[in-house]
Design a protein around this ligand. Structure first.
Ligand code: ADP
Length: 448
């Protein structure tokens, strides 16, 4: 058992981790920037330490301060949440050297998957289906054109170290390739400190389907089914659901089985997500995330497995509390990411929440750290909460989601709630008939 867990994050995910620790009887330490001194995760933790000024690089990314906070409080493990230091292999390595447990996979697995070229190569070796494309990094225009012609235009150039939907460019022909290769390399170098790029086939109308996996670090891997995250804006997920309305039970078992085996073979430890594009019945690996994802609750709602509890158990060396045969998918869950943004322009809307009233009732879960009088700081991601709804069927889930959205009140700032109000009444969304471009087109055509 850990002595004390330090949560190196903020907002709803810090609270989410804190809740799992409390249920397991593990004391918690919150760290926070000066801008977050009054945040809910700080109030609910057993102890809290201010680690710096508002800017993330001075606080939530400040490794020295975070390690000092462990030393001062006696925390022997760190949960990084998502974002910030969660996929930073160097951070995991530094913790190993300080005898602090990183609640996540080994630094070697993080760096392997952090480089998308290496990740793709590894996936291929593990028997995971990948998107056709270049074998590795591409630097020469002649090579780029040859590869693109071999796989057929359009292609997409992607930064090996890219993330968060950035560092990608679609190329339609040899002419466009002339400037595209150089531009993406320069941009990748500037944004990620690594100018390696690779080429893959651009899939025209895929869905984004990802498989939740867990490994015990000793050769056992399991999967917890998939999430469909096709509703995206600027390559960022907006609404997620489990299971995917597009898959059959056989497809789920097949792709889940491939992923679980790969995780076991890798000796992977902890939670991870293997992301695919899915088109015409085929899966194409795009990347693996070596952390807990924002959208993990939809999986929890249909499996009733607490993923953070499992992460903690694995990190303590106890393995998972369940086996593959115990994983049963019951019902349907949908998550809406509620951002402090205008629902039409998506301009961030920080400021004071003058009144907050979350929905409740059967099958409704709200993961959020905000409250009436809370001031959304302008320094961080605009996600202020997640509404997750579960029903016995997809229809029941949608009916419940509609009424939950109607109950949700956030006054004083703009939020993306009105967007979801519209989406849950849209016939394509109701039918589950959408691909990764659907939302962008819908937003472009929206007139009211
Ligand atoms: P990131 O790490 O930035 O999230 P991903 O590789 O996961 O990058 O891709 C993010 C999104 O970009 C995908 O969900 C999809 O919408 C789009 N995308 C990525 N690769 C392709 C591709 N080969 N064809 C079409 N769209 C793609």
């Amino acid at each position: 058992m850990f002595n004390k867990v330090l949560i190196a994050n903020r907002g709803e995910i810090a609270l989410r981790i804190l809740r799992a620790c409390k249920e397991m009887g593990i004391p918690t330490v919150a760290v926070h920037s000066t801008a977050d001194a009054n945040a809910m995760h700080v109030r609910l933790a057993d102890q809290s330490v201010c680690i710096g000024p508002p800017a993330s690089r001075d606080s939530y990314l400040n490794v020295h301060q975070i390690i000092a906070a462990c030393e001062v409080t006696g925390a022997d493990a760190i949960h990084p949440g998502y974002g910030f230091l969660s996929e930073n292999a160097k951070f995991a390595e530094i913790l190993e050297a300080h005898n602090i447990t990183f609640i996540g996979p080994s630094s070697a697995h993080i760096s392997m998957m952090g480089d998308k070229i290496v990740a793709k190569q590894t996936a291929k070796e593990l028997g995971i289906p990948i998107v056709p494309g270049s074998d590795g990094a591409v630097t020469e225009l002649d090579d780029a054109r040859r590869i693109a012609n071999d796989i057929g235009y359009p292609v997409i150039i992607k930064a090996a170290s890219g993330g968060g939907g950035r560092g990608m460019k679609v190329v339609n022909n040899d002419d466009e390739m002339t400037t595209a290769l150089q531009t993406t390399r320069t941009e990748a170098g500037a944004a990620f400190g690594d100018d390696s790029v690779y080429i893959e086939k651009y899939l025209a109308t895929p869905r984004h389907i990802e498989v939740q996996v867990m490994g015990d670090g000793k050769g056992r891997g399991v999967h917890l089914g998939e999430r469909d995250c096709s509703l995206q804006r600027r390559h960022q997920k907006v609404l997620e659901e489990a299971n995917s309305p597009a898959l059959t039970v056989e497809q789920r078992e097949r792709i889940g089985g491939i992923c679980a085996k790969a995780i076991g073979d890798m000796g992977y430890s902890g939670a991870g997500t293997i992301e695919f594009l899915y088109e015409n019945g085929e899966f194409y690996f795009i990347e693996m995330n070596t952390r807990l994802q924002v959208e993990h609750p939809v999986t929890e709602m249909i499996t009733r497995i607490d993923l953070v509890n499992e992460q903690l158990n694995v990190a303590m060396g106890n393995g998972m509390t369940f086996e593959q045969k115990d994983v049963r998918f019951q019902g349907h869950a949908i998550e809406c990411r509620i951002n402090a943004e205008n629902a039409r322009t998506f301009v961030p809307s920080p400021g004071e929440i003058t009144y907050y009233h979350p929905p409740g009732g059967l099958g409704v879960r709200v993961d959020s750290g905000v409250f009436s009088g809370y001031r959304v700081p302008p320094y961080y991601d605009s996600l202020i909460g997640k509404l997750i709804v579960v029903g016995r069927t997809r229809t029941e889930c949608l009916n419940r989601l509609r009424r939950a959205l109607d109950e949700f009140v956030v006054d004083g700032i703009d939020t993306t709630l009105p967007l979801f109000q519209d989406l849950v009444r849209n016939e394509d969304v109701i039918a589950g008939d959408y691909d990764i471009h659907w939302l962008e087109k819908y937003l472009a055509n929206k007139t009211d």
